[in-house]
Unconditional design. Structure first.
Length: 95
């Protein structure tokens, strides 16, 4: 039980530290930087029940970044990676 508690505490601390290294900044600055530095453009977005907007930016090379945008226009990185692929849902019977 003690080992499990220590592992959970370590995970929470590590996640908090990683998040602290990614600053939240003005939305327009994030979009500009993603486009200029990574050639990423918005490919998806969705709104949470609390009013935050989540957006995914991706490049033709497959790099991607997800950000959370507050109603006040502050954007925070949520995650990023490689290998982004758009999946088009099948339509009709058997979809």
């Amino acid at each position: 039980m003690k080992v499990l508690c220590c592992l959970v505490a370590l995970f929470v601390f590590a996640a908090g530290s990683a998040h602290a290294q990614m600053p939240c900044v003005k939305y327009d600055d994030v979009v500009k930087r993603l486009n200029e530095m990574h050639q990423e453009k918005k490919v998806a977005h969705g709104l949470t029940m609390l009013g935050s907007l989540y957006e995914v930016y991706a490049s033709d090379s497959g790099s991607w970044t997800m950000i959370s945008v507050t109603p006040r226009g502050v954007a925070c990185p949520v995650g990023s990676g490689q290998g982004w692929q758009m999946i088009i849902p099948k339509q009709g019977k058997g979809a």
